[in-house]
Design a protein around this ligand. Sequence first.
Ligand SMILES: O=P(O)(O)OC[C@H]1O[C@H](OP(=O)(O)OP(=O)(O)O)[C@H](O)[C@@H]1O
Ligand code: HPA
Ligand SMILES: [Mg+2]
Length: 179
Amino acid sequence: MQNDVLEVLYSKQTIAAKVQELGTQIKQDYAGKNPLMIGVLKGAIIFMTDLIREIDDFVEVDFMDVSSYGDATVSSGEVKILKDLDTSVAGRDIIIVEDIVDSGRTLDYLIKLFETRAANSVAICALMDKPEGRIKNVRADYVGFSVPDAFVVGYGLDYAERYRNLPYIGILKPEIYEN
Ligand SMILES: O=P(O)(O)OC[C@H]1O[C@H](OP(=O)(O)OP(=O)(O)O)[C@H](O)[C@@H]1O
Ligand code: HPA
Ligand SMILES: [Mg+2]
């Protein structure tokens, strides 16, 4: 599995330090607000579970499963809800937790959905931002790393459901998906 990685971008230690920084900032900004943190499955699983443990205050968690990449490295353009929330977002302060903002389609869809459902506020915490991939104009409020225009895997991010369990984030060798 590790042989398929062209270059390691962020080590386990670098990621842990960044996640701690993000958690500390969220704790400060949301003091007394009991935010609802919504993890976007499946890519955000590892980031979400690490992030919430860096917030030393009350938070609630829920998950939504949406998918638009399937087994490809480019977005299909269509965001599909595979699992909806269990919690009502009406009147709540929402923090959407994402592994990466690339085209922005997933977040554009979710922000509009939660606004329609009358959330009090909607913020985005993304471990990575890939500005060169952007098609929809979305901006994350909390960003860990700004990544180059390459397909990255690890720490929750997959290619065709593989590599999510890599403890670091790296660029996938193009020969793995180019045939
Ligand atoms: O900004 P975008 O172009 O929408 O891309 C970002 C989204 O794409 C990936 O999810 P994917 O659809 O691959 O599902 P997964 O999380 O289950 O891998 C990633 O986890 C983000 O949710
Ligand atoms: O670079 C990426 N890697 C994995 N999944 C993704 N979904 C959008 N962009 C990416
Ligand atoms: Mg994916």
